[in-house]
Design a protein around this ligand. Structure first.
Ligand code: XMP
Length: 514
């Protein structure tokens, strides 16, 4: 099987490189920058890709790879910082400061190169680093430059070492996919015969090896990620897996029952806990978004902890592993492994466990994007009711019920949300939308109903299109549908007299309002 080793130097795009290889049906592994040459060799790679990163090779303490890695006998592609590392390691010179290019920049090819086969002589490419290669190592040539003469690509005389100052893995780079294809198929000679079914086989055998005869416990939320993670681990170790479903009272209408019956069909052993009163009590008076998430995160762990102690007593075993359905966007947005990355929201399924639980984390989906998780779910036989469900945040309706959280306000939100969902399904639009939901706003507005004045709550409709939740654009829903939803909500949901629509993309907004 083809295998590409991607060495992660801290770029936000590293997983995107891995995703591109998967899209081309080529297996890849992402290894950290301090990996040894021996470990790289053990992967028997067909090629290496060194990612970008925020450092400057000229700074003391900058990320550096083991020198032997550059001596590997397989083709190497360095991207951005990866190119600068390659240049510096092989005797070239990297300049910091002046002359840098940011954003999309025209790039011009020089001479012929297998890497650029089928690519126009001039194209737009995304650059995002202040440094650039000022002189290429001996035996290399400049294969492309920018308008300002900055080296945009270099290659070695033996055609086995390549560097790109720009990012071929992002959609903003024209011919980016073509360039990666050339590297992977023409230069590394990959066959492209790997698929997500193989991913499952490999993950199942890794999980078996990792877990051995230990027991695993999993917190199921009813969402796609935790359900697929449980189905995968169930396939690997069956009876060694026990699941806990904590109903925090922040679910959508009828969601608890629907989800539990789907799990029964999957053959999972699920212990359900109704902790709704506990959660609603603790959330009384809490209105700050991050505080809500903290309260929920902590209580969730407590409820889960209590349930696992009970299960352990019943089964007379103790779980050594905690399974979580963490996926890649959760990792990046919670600050991930990047140095100093900004925390946008503290996703409650990232960030670990209280020490006393003394369990290791099992996160088999950590490197995947949502659409890949869905595909894996389908291959594992997870029903469409779960796999095709719109993403739902761990803190549930708490982050959609802005301001005070009370049972009454949650019921209002649930009723409106069910109407919006039903109408999207009836219009045949639900599955093509990435995510849709209602938000209950923390304001009241004046209205008129019959002959009387009302002073009631406001519902905002949110629907977005996205590929992986990292960016999203608001969905242009048909006006007749919006009209119908608005009328139904105002007529059928007590205490709501106004419906508005969120027409903001991400960025600048996030998908959820809190
Ligand atoms: P934002 O609002 O950050 O959301 O644009 C991106 C995606 O993540 C979901 N989301 C969460 N999922 N725990 C989760 O499991 C969380 O705390 C959380 N917060 C947001 C959100 O619904 C969207 O799909």
């Amino acid at each position: 099987m083809d295998n590409i080793v991607i060495i992660d130097c801290g770029s936000q795009f590293t997983q995107l490189i891995a995703r591109r290889t998967r899209e081309m049906k080529i297996h890849s592994v992402v290894l950290p920058w301090d990996v040894t040459a021996e470990r790289v060799r053990a992967q028997a790679p067909s090629g290496l890709i060194i990612s970008g990163g925020p450092d400057s090779v000229n700074d003391p303490g900058a990320i550096a790879l083991q020198k032997e890695i550059f001596e590997s006998d397989v083709p190497i592609l360095g991207i951005c910082y990866g190119m600068q590392l390659l240049a510096a390691a092989l005797g070239g010179r990297v300049a910091s400061g002046d002359g840098h290019e940011y954003g999309t920049t025209p790039v011009k090819l020089l001479g012929e190169s297998a890497l650029f086969s089928g690519v126009e002589r001039e194209f737009e490419a995304l650059m995002s680093h202040g440094d650039h290669v000022e002189s290429v190592p001996s035996g290399f040539r400049v294969a492309a430059h920018t308008k300002r003469g900055v080296t945009a690509a270099m290659e070695s005389g033996d055609k086995r070492r390549f560097g790109l100052q720009f990012h071929p893995e992002v959609n903003h780079t024209q011919y980016g996919e073509n360039i990666l294809r050339n590297f992977l198929f023409n230069i590394c000679k990959c066959k492209g015969d790997w698929d997500l079914g193989d991913w499952i086989e490999r993950a199942v055998s890794d999980i078996k090896e990792q877990v051995g005869s230990s027991h695993v416990i999993c917190g199921l939320s009813g969402g796609v990620d935790s359900s697929v993670a449980a189905a995968l681990v169930n396939r690997a170790i069956g009876k060694q897996l026990e699941c806990v479903f904590v109903d925090h009272g922040l679910l959508r209408l009828n969601e608890g029952q629907e989800v539990l019956s789907s799990y029964a069909g999957l053959g999972l052993s699920v212990h359900s806990v109704d902790a709704s009163e506990l959660f609603l009590g603790a959330l009384e008076g809490v209105t700050d978004p991050e505080q809500k998430r903290k309260v929920i995160g902590k209580l969730f762990i407590d409820a889960f902890d209590e349930a696992s102690v009970k299960i352990e007593k019943l089964s007379k075993t103790s779980a050594a592993w905690l399974l979580q359905g963490t996926i890649y966007p959760d990792v990046i947005e919670s600050g991930g492994k990047k140095k100093g990355a900004a925390v946008i929201k503290s996703h409650h399924n990232v960030g670990g466990l209280p020490e006393h639980m003394n369990m290791k984390l099992l996160e088999p989906l950590r490197d995947l994007f949502k659409d890949e998780v869905r595909e894996i779910g389908r291959l594992l036989g997870v029903p469409s009711a779960i796999v095709d469900r719109h993403p739902f945040p761990g803190p549930g309706l708490a982050v959609r019920c802005l301001g005070h959280i009370t049972k009454e306000r949650l019921d209002t939100l649930r009723a409106a949300d069910a109407i919006f969902r039903d109408e999207l399904i009836a219009a045949g639009l639900y599955e093509s939308i990435w995510q849709s939901f209602c938000v209950l706003l923390p304001v009241r507005t004046v209205g008129v109903m019959g002959d009387g004045r009302t002073y009631s709550e406001v519902i905002a409709l949110r629907a977005v299109d996205s590929a992986d939740a990292m960016t999203a654009s608001w969905t242009r829903l048909p006006l007749d549908l919006l009209d119908l939803v608005s009328k139904r909500i105002c007529n059928e949901v007590r205490g709501v007299n106004r419906v508005v629509m969120d027409i903001t993309s991400k960025p600048p907004a996030t998908i959820e309002w809190e």
